[in-house]
Design a protein around this ligand. Structure first.
Ligand code: UT7
Length: 330
């Protein structure tokens, strides 16, 4: 849909765990190889959290960096939204714990569970608070400790995921050259079980059986998700630009969810985009779900791949199945 939201991305921050895990390390425990992983996914390495470095710890570090870069204090924030599928605890929302950790005061703080689309959805949600006048400055975080839900015996998934957090401070702006021009979001629940964690919810509460059967780990029908991802990503890129009335050629940089290099390349090729205009960092971090887009956005801004005045398109898809996009004039 076409939008004219007067929102400015003030700053970004990230937290990437120190531990770098190479493909060869995974090949020591499951039947895989560096060659297979690089060819099929584009991933060479990923980061894994240290013992005790939980989602909240990652989110806190990324948020502090974003606040510092915004020259803002925690008290300047009016709300916090955290996108995650690996919350600190099932209850309460990780965002509330982050609020306390940062020392923000009693501002609203809640989580968004839309998997890899989570950060884009959280961003759109946060923007609505600003547009409605319920907040002026909001912290939006995507944070994941995916290693806690990854089955390290399943070669089809354990090669893909990593841990990370990315944060953004956004606020209302009077600058007519900045803002969100268009966005898309949606979900197809019929395909909801293509990526799932079977146990730990009300259907299969934790029990000895659920643990013995490894039901607390993420299961994924990779091929089906792959096909959905390529077509949906291409469509969402086209539709979002059309909604805004801009040509795809006007977009300076696409910042896609980093799921698989082949997915990104195929979708962008179909949309008529050359890879020079696409931010790719999956080779270094793997798939970090809700953290993927904010980490990539941070890198894009830090490296000068996009600058004030540019059109930047965020696009993501994931479990649900969900998708989301946001076209920003930064
Ligand atoms: O974040 C959003 C959600 N997730 C995604 O977007 C992920 C989408 N899916 C994918 O990225 C890809 O489907 C995967 C990377 C997960 C798998 O790649 P693929 O090219 O679709 O492989 P496949 O599942 O069709 O499997 C091909 C073969 C199979 O062997 P057979 O049956 O042909 O003998 C698999 O058992 O590759 C085998 N295989 C592996 N071989 C070596 C699967 N995983 C591995 C592995 N190492 N790690």
């Amino acid at each position: 849909m076409k939008l004219a939201w007067p929102i400015e991305l003030v700053s970004t921050g990230v937290c990437l765990p120190d531990r770098v895990v190479l493909n060869d390390h995974l090949a020591e425990t499951v039947d895989t190889s560096d060659e297979w992983i690089v060819q099929r996914t584009g991933i060479s390495q990923r980061r894994w959290s240290a013992e005790g470095q939980s989602t909240l710890a990652l989110a806190t570090d990324a948020s502090r960096e974003a606040l510092k870069a915004a020259d803002a204090t925690p008290q300047d924030l009016d709300a916090i939204v955290v996108a995650t599928i690996t919350p600190e605890h099932p209850l309460p929302a990780t965002a509330t714990l982050l609020q306390a950790e940062l020392g923000c005061g009693w501002i609203p703080a809640y989580d968004m569970a839309a998997a890899c689309s989570g950060f884009v959805w959280a961003l759109l949600n946060a923007c609505q608070h600003v547009v409605c006048g319920m907040a002026e400055r909001v912290l939006v975080v995507g944070a994941e400790c995916l290693t806690t839900i990854t089955d390290m015996q399943d070669r089809a998934t354990c090669i893909l995921f990593g841990d990370a957090a990315g944060a953004v401070v956004l606020r209302k702006t009077d600058d007519p050259d900045k803002g969100i021009l268009a966005a898309r979001w949606g979900a197809d629940g019929d395909r909801g079980r293509l990526i799932m964690i079977p146990a730990g919810g009300s259907k299969h509460p934790a029990s000895h059986t659920t643990i013995d059967e490894r039901m607390h780990y993420m299961k994924m029908a990779g091929r089906e998700v792959y096909k959905f991802a390529v077509t949906q990503m291409e469509e969402v890129i086209r539709e979002t630009c059309a909604d805004a009335g801009v040509s795809i050629d006007d977009v300076k940089l696409i910042v896609p969810h980093q799921s698989n290099l082949r997915i990104i390349e195929s979708a962008c090729k179909r949309a008529g985009l050359s890879m020079e205009r696409v931010l790719v960092n999956i080779d270094r971090y793997g798939n970090t779900s809700a953290a993927s887009v904010p980490v990539a956005l941070h890198e894009a801004l830090q490296s000068g791949r996009c600058a004030p005045g540019d059109l930047v398109l965020l696009v993501a898809f994931g479990a649900g199945l969900t998708w989301g996009s946001a076209l920003l004039r930064i």
